[in-house]
Design a protein around this ligand. Structure first.
Ligand SMILES: [Fe+2]
Length: 239
């Protein structure tokens, strides 16, 4: 039997669950026996909507992401970027055996980004450990290795996106995208302006170690299984 991961790290585009889809009190509760991995591979889109569009009554409930940890090549440079450029707050520093470090930096609402510093860490491999920025900029994609963190998106207010973009641009750190309007209706995935089909507005940028980051603002439209769960999951090679 294929191995099935037990931990899902949910790092999407600032996704906030609509209040009526993960709430046992609202009558939106998944029932029935638990399925095996093989059974999940056979579910139709309609079955996925009905089953995974709701959580079971005994489903685990999180209170948001506590932190995501990257690896820094230079903790001083990382601190400069997050605390001086972006204005996040350093909340905790730890020393690790062998001169390593682990720092926690908070952006508000208990949403933190963390960094490890390992003196002998392997060098970044673009396109493997993190995105290949050149490939991204030339339209060749932004794939990274299995199990890697491709990018982290923070929720921000829509009316702050332009100001935050300018601030990152002025710091001259690296790539900063225009404001992007994610749209289900446009084949490219984006529309030129905000309209009724916009699900997120966001900017993408990179940190000092080319860690791929996003500031995302979710629009008012609530996700529904019928409108937003439309694809069967790909079955990959787990070997
Ligand atoms: Fe994203």
């Amino acid at each position: 039997m294929k191995r099935v991961g037990t931990i899902t790290r949910h790092l999407t585009h600032g996704y906030t669950a609509p209040s009526n889809t993960n709430n046992a009190d609202a009558g939106q509760v998944r029932t029935g026996p638990k399925l095996s991995y093989e059974e999940v591979t056979k579910l139709s889109v309609k079955e996925l909507q009905e089953r995974f569009g709701k959580a079971p009554a005994d489903g685990l409930k999180t209170r948001g992401v506590n932190h995501v940890a990257f690896v820094s090549a230079d903790m001083a440079r990382t601190l400069w970027f997050w605390c001086e450029v972006l204005g996040f707050r350093l909340v905790k520093t730890l020393e690790l055996p062998g001169d390593g470090q682990h720092f926690f930096i908070d952006g508000g609402n208990d949403c933190a980004i963390a960094y490890f510093y390992f003196p002998n860490a392997p060098k970044a491999v673009p396109g493997v450990s993190s995105i290949d920025v050149d490939a991204l900029m030339t339209g060749k994609g932004f794939a990274t290795a299995h199990g890697s963190v491709n990018h982290v998106a923070f929720n921000v207010s829509r009316d702050k996106l332009r100001e935050y973009r300018k601030r990152i641009l002025e710091a001259g750190v690296g790539m900063v995208s225009p404001i992007l309007y994610h749209s289900d209706k446009d084949p490219s995935g984006y529309s030129k302006t905000r309209d009724e089909n916009t699900v997120w507005e966001s900017i993408y940028f990179v940190g000092p170690d080319n860690e791929y980051l996003e500031f995302a603002a979710q629009t008012e439209r609530e996700f529904t299984p019928e409108q937003d769960i439309l694809h069967k999951p790909a079955i990959g090679n787990q070997d």
